[in-house]
Design a protein. Sequence first.
Length: 269
Amino acid sequence: MTETDSPVLELRDVAVELGGRPVLRGIDLTVEPGEVLAVIGANGSGKSTLVRTALGLVPTCRGEVRLFGTPLREFAEWHRVGFVPQRSAAAGGVPASVREVVASGRLSRRRLLRPTSRADRDAVAEALDQVGLADRARDAFATLSGGQQQRVLVARALVSGPDLLLLDEPTAGVDLLSQEQLAATLRRLVDLGTTLVLVLHELGPLAPLIGRTLVLGGGRTAYDGPPLASFTDVDAHAHAHHPDLEPQRIHTPGMTSPLDPQNRQEDRG
Ligand SMILES: Nc1ncnc2c1ncn2[C@@H]1O[C@H](COP(=O)(O)OP(=O)(O)OP(=O)(O)O)[C@@H](O)[C@H]1O
C-alpha cells in the first residue's frame, strides 16, 4: 500500500516518438491507489508503449511521468513496481529454472554481491505458491505451457511485493484455465490494495476485476472512464454521465470503436 495520497502513476501531456514517428501524442493519465485499469485499443495504438513509458523504458519527447508522486528520473523504489512483459518478448529461449526466473524479480530488493537470503528464498516460494506453481520450481522454464510461463512471469513481478503491477497482454495466447487462475491471483492482489494496469485485447475472465478502461486510438486517449460493456461501446459510454469518474473522449469523426478495422489503418498511419 502507498504511504501517501499521491497517485500511483501520473502521465502529463506525454508524447513519445519511435523511429521518427509519433506513437503517443499527449497522454494525460492519473491512476490512484487500488485502481484496476484496463488499457485497450487497436494493434499499434500505443498500449505497450504507454506501459513501457510509465516504467522509463521508452524516452519521452514531451511531458512528465511520475510514480508514487516522484518524477521518473528521481524514482528509486523499483521494488514497488512489478512488470509482466508480453510473453513473446520475455520467454524466448530462457535457459533457466522456474525458480531462477522468479528469483530474478527479486534483484531490486537485493544488495549487490550479497548471496540470496532466506527472505529472498521465502519470497520466491510464496510468489510461486500465489500463482499455483510451487510444484514446478525446479523445472526448466522452457518446458512449461504458455499459460504456465505467463504465471511464472507474474510470480517474478510479485516477488518484490509491488504496490503497482503493470501487465502487458497477460492473457494473450493463454488457455482459459490459466486465464481463470490468473484472474484469481490478481483478485487476491487487488483485495490487498495492489494497483493494476493491464494491457488487454479481450477482457475474458479478468472482466469482473476491471474498474476503469482507457481506450487508446492512434496514440491518443479515445476514452477514459468506467468499464465498457463491450469493446464496441466506446461512443455510448463516453456520453453517459458518471459523477465519480467523468469519461473523457477526444472527438474522432466517424469513430465507432478504436478496435474497428477501419480505425486500425488510421492508427498505423
Ligand atoms: N522500437 C520501435 N521503433 C519504431 N516503432 C515502434 C517501436 N516500437 C513500437 N513501434 C511502433 O509504435 C506503434 C505503437 O506500438 P505499441 O507496441 O505500443 O502498440 P500496441 O497498441 O501495444 O500494439 P499491439 O496491440 O499490436 O501490441 C506501432 O505502430 C509500432 O509499430
